[in-house]
Write a protein that binds this ligand. Sequence first.
Ligand SMILES: [Zn+2]
Length: 266
Amino acid sequence: MKLYILTDLEGISYVVREEQTSPGSKEYEEACLLLTREVNAAIDGALEGGVTEILVNDLHGARGGFNLIPEELHEHARYVTGGPRTCRMAGLDESFDLAFMVGYHAMAGTQGAVLDHTMSTRVIVDAYINDRKVGEIGIDASILGYFNIPVALVTGCRMAVKEAESLLGNIEGVVVKEGFSRNFAMCLPPVKSRRLIREAAKRAVQRAKEFKPFKINPPITVRVKYSHPNYADIQARIPRVEREDSRTIVVRGEDLLDVMRILGWY
Ligand SMILES: [Zn+2]
C-alpha cells in the first residue's frame, strides 16, 4: 500500500505564533523539529498499519517547502523538498492508495482556529470551489481526489480537524491544540501529540477501504477574493482568469488540475 503525506507547519503541536512559521529565528528551527517528529510519528503508525511505501511532501512556505530536518528524517520514506516548484504536488499520481495531512490548519476567517489562512495570510480572504468555501484542506483534498486518493488522517487544531470532518466525513482526526484565538491556544505536549498521531495513523491505514476520495464534478469554478485589488490586478493578467469585481477573480474549466495549475495551487 502506498501513502502520500502532505505536511504543513501551522497545525503542528505547540506552533501558535507567526515567528514559529517563518525562517530565520530560533522559534522557527524549533517548530521544524516538532514538525519532523510529528511526521515521523505518522510514518511509524502507517508502517504499523501495513503501508509499504511513503512519499512525504514538505509544503509549508510560499516558494516551496524546506522545513523538515534532514538528520531527523525517518528512513522508511522519501521526501519532496525545495522550490520554487514546477508542481506543488510533485510525485503525486494514481498509484497512491491513501493520503495524510499532518500539521494542517483551518481556512482563512475561522474563529477559534490557530494560524488560520488560505494559501497566504495577507493575500487571500476567501476561496471557493464550485461555490463551496474551502481552505487548504479542501483545495489539497480536491487535488488528491482528482487522482482518486482519499484523505485518511488530518492533524491540526480543533477547528482544522472539524473543517476536515465536515468536508471529508469520518476520517481519523488528531486535535493537537485548541485555539482561544489566532495565536493563543491550549496545546498537548508534543510527546503526547506524537503518540496520538502514531495511533491514529495506524488506524487510518487499517480503515483504508472506508475512505472516499473528495471528487469535484466538472464544470469547475474556482473563485478567489483577495485582501487588496492589487492582488486581483496581477492575477487578472493571466490568461483564462476572469475579473469579477475589484478584489475577486474567477477561473473556470472542465479539468480541475488545469484550473488549479492556473492558480498555482497544483
Ligand atoms: Zn503553512
